[in-house]
Design a protein around this ligand. Structure first.
Ligand code: PLP
Length: 385
């Protein structure tokens, strides 16, 4: 069991901070210690074998079959999203982006940055996606070759119905790119079953690995077809990475070798636990957290039918400012996370990803209940700032 204390960093080495930000998450001890694996040249066959195992395990965790494969990149989730967008859309192609939060908007911004024509279906943050409306947009503009959607919109905690959207895309003969960065590993998502063309994920969220590796999963044929597409990027050219990783069993460029050790360990844990079981574990923690927040009188605005298991967006209590709440909780060993953009003034976010457990949630709730009255008084008394 891990000792906890309120000692600041640099104090007790045993102090454990519970990360309630949506990645990077608290990791298993075996994942952290795997980072200290042997020094290794990335051009040696040992690394090629490690990378191939990691890619195979990624494909398995994404629900890929024998026809699917994956490509790993050294970079954060956004690097893999950018690689997928710039590589998948052919010359003269265009993207329809479903935008109901910060990350939908990011997909649009990525396409725009590369001069890819992009139609943005701006629904408003936290507005559920209507698949029929997406179908109408696709029908109205035959130039839209791809649909891009975020599975778990981490800005609002909303889960978008990726299977329904994939089915609409397929019905219209279009391809779908899914940002599954904060869902893969815990939410129900299956490359083969759901008919997803491009699935993008990262090591350090629900897969409970270290930050710094991201991946794209698709059919082998889809990767092969990229050869005919324009090279809009040198480093983020997915076909280049695919050719190196799949054909030569070697990385295109110098990868973050130790992160592969840690990621393989994390993938083994994820596959042993199973995605459905992990989803239930996160869901039970989120349920416990949400019930406790409600008892404290805090409001969770998102409709329960749309909530992801790994994130809860909470309204800041009247008179409490985020910066003070964050500081007070950090002093007690909990890192909470600000909301983004339009939600930042009135909301904050609590993640239930990673190796936290029921005791962490219970202690968090009791600490929160204890500090809230003081935070309210301070603001009321005009002491803040
Ligand atoms: C975290 C996240 C990303 C990627 O963020 P990085 O900081 O680049 O890892 C992309 N999309 C979603 C939905 C996310 O939650």
């Amino acid at each position: 069991m891990t000792a906890r204390s309120t000692t600041r960093p640099g104090g007790s080495a045993a102090a454990r901070t519970v990360l309630m930000n949506p990645g990077p998450v608290n990791t298993d001890e075996t994942v952290r210690s795997a980072l200290g694996g042997p020094d290794l040249c990335h051009r040696e066959p040992e690394f090629g074998a490690l990378m191939t195992r990691v890619r195979r395990k990624i494909t398995a965790v994404c629900g890929g079959g024998d026809d699917h494969t994956s490509v790993v990149l050294t970079g954060s989730g956004t690097s893999a999203l950018e690689a997928a967008v710039v590589s998948a859309v052919p010359a003269g192609g265009a993207l329809l982006v479903v935008d109901n939060g910060h990350y939908g908007q990011r997909l649009h911004d990525i396409a725009r940055a590369h001069g890819i024509r992009c139609v943005r279906l701006e629904l408003g943050w936290g507005t559920p996606v209507d698949a029929v409306r997406v179908g109408r947009e696709l029908a109205a503009d035959p130039g839209l070759t791809h649909l891009a959607v975020v599975h778990h919109e981490t800005s609002t905690g909303m889960l978008n119905d990726v299977a329904a959207l994939a089915s609409v895309a397929r019905a219209h003969g279009r391809r779908i790119i899914v940002d599954a960065v904060s869902s893969v590993g815990a939410e129900s998502l299956d490359l083969a079953r759901d008919g997803i063309d491009w699935l993008v994920g990262t090591a350090n969220k629900c897969l409970e690995g270290m930050p710094g590796l991201a991946f794209v999963c698709a059919s082998r044929q889809a990767f092969e077809d990229l050869a005919a597409h324009p090279r809009r990027s040198y480093y983020l050219d997915l076909h280049r990475h695919y050719a190196a990783q799949e054909k030569a069993q070697a990385p295109a460029f110098t990868p973050a070798v130790p992160l592969f050790y840690a990621f393989e360990t994390a993938l083994d844990l994820a596959l042993a636990e199973g995605v459905a079981a992990r989803g239930r574990r996160y869901g039970a923690l989120a349920g416990r957290l949400r019930a406790g927040l409600a008892e404290l009188g805090l409001d969770i605005p998102l409709d329960p039918r749309h909530r992801a298991v790994s994130l809860t967006v909470v309204r800041l209590p009247e008179g409490v400012r985020y910066a003070e709440l964050h500081r007070a909780l950090k002093d007690e060993g909990f890192v909470v996370y600000a909301a983004q953009e339009e939600l930042s003034a009135s909301f904050f976010r609590l993640s239930t990803m990673g190796t936290m457990d029921e005791r962490d949630i219970d202690r968090f709730l009791s600490v929160l209940g204890r500090i809230l009255p003081g935070l309210r008084e301070r603001t009321a008394g005009g002491e803040a700032a």
